[in-house]
Design a protein around this ligand. Structure first.
Ligand code: ATP
Ligand code: MG
Length: 334
């Protein structure tokens, strides 16, 4: 059976990249009839320091974003990762399946640890192993994410295949399909066309947050880094111009049209004309989501109920799977 699974880290303010690369896709998949499991990745968030009080608030904020972008708790299971113990249990077993050499190749660890590898948490290093546990615990068939997670999803498949093979249980864990081909699978920073838009980027100017008001969005788009040339007429000509390509891609994804259609309208025009149109579109597209998030966060009771019910439903599926894994591995059971 089909099962979609994905998560978003409770590591700070959600941004347009999360919305276009992840949230919008989840809603499309749910509305297409796929059963969806969507968690708030709080275990992943603490791979870098999180203030405990903020972590709770950020967890609720991600849940609010799920609901505000159209996910329906009657159809989709929305839960905090740490509330389902099986994630941590399976992650340990997978830590003993995954090879150091595999993790050494993960580019996200290199990017996030930067020059201070020896001062990074061990959790940041084994993060993709926990991610494999998140996915395989539910025997997910499809995993929608942004393009930045592609390498981690390949690792998940490697871990599944090695577990099935080492323990002689062919097909026990199905190999999940990565879905990284959305309308905007890699939204770039507004300050740097070579870096992806990220929650953890220290510059708030680099991203449009889901909680930004209209004035902030307009100001950030106006100041977004660009080259001085007018927009080209063809999509191919965008390849050499990462900042222009990013803004055109964002426009297309927000308007649900192709980049060709965007250039048919704006090709030959300067950013002086394009940026205000993009800002208006961003404000109009985000405003309903933002307003609903604010409403939900004003009284967390509704969110907390969704998270509690989601955790119970998720555990009902995950706990028997981890029990079976323990049996396969040979752990003592009464
Ligand atoms: P952090 O900097 O803390 O890692 P993040 O912005 O990368 O935060 P995540 O919680 O790690 O956000 O990712 C949540 C989802 O959003 C994932 O599916 C990820 O692939 C997607 N995503 C993150 N950044 C982008 C982006 N710039 N463009 C498209 N999708 C993105
Ligand atoms: Mg990330």
């Amino acid at each position: 059976p089909r099962r979609v699974l994905s998560g978003i880290q409770a590591s700070g303010a959600l941004h347009l990249g999360n919305y276009l690369g992840a949230l919008k896709r989840f809603t499309q998949l749910q509305d297409g009839g796929a059963p969806c499991f969507l968690f708030v990745a709080d275990l992943h968030a603490v791979t870098v320091w999180q203030d405990p009080t903020l972590l709770t608030a950020q967890t609720r904020e991600i849940a609010a974003a799920y609901l505000a972008s159209g996910l329906d708790p009657a159809k989709s299971v929305i839960f905090p990762q740490s509330a389902v113990r099986a994630h941590s249990e399976l992650a340990w077993i997978f830590n003993c399946v995954a090879r150091l050499g595999w993790l050494d190749r993960m580019t996200q660890f290199k990017e996030k640890s930067g020059k201070h590898k020896e001062r990074s948490s061990v959790g940041l290093y084994t993060y993709p192993v926990l991610q494999a546990a998140d996915i395989l615990l539910y025997k997910a068939t499809e995993v929608p994410t942004g393009e930045d997670q592609k390498q981690h999803l390949e690792l998940t498949r490697d871990i599944a295949a090695k577990f099935n093979n080492d323990f002689g249980v062919p097909g026990f864990f199905p190999l999940p399909e990565p879905l990284t081909q959305g309308p905007a699978p890699r939204v770039m920073s507004l300050r740097d066309g070579a870096a992806k838009m990220s929650k953890s980027d220290p510059s708030d100017q680099s991203r449009i947050n889901l909680t930004d008001d209209a004035d902030a969005i307009v100001a950030k788009v106006r100041k977004a880094r660009t080259d001085p040339e007018p927009l080209p007429d063809t999509v191919e000509a965008l390849d050499a111009r990462p900042e222009a390509k990013n803004l055109v891609t964002i426009y297309a994804a927000l308007a649900d049209i192709s980049r060709e259609q965007v250039l048919a309208e704006f090709g030959g025009q300067g950013f002086g004309a394009f940026k205000p149109a993009l800002a208006d579109l961003a404000v109009a597209s985000m405003a309903p989501v933002t307003a609903e998030m604010r409403r939900l966060m004003a009284d967390p009771a509704e969110i907390d109920l969704v998270l509690k019910n989601g955790a119970d439903r998720a555990a009902a599926i995950a706990d028997p799977v981890v029990d079976e894994v323990k049996k396969i591995v040979g752990f003592w059971r009464a």
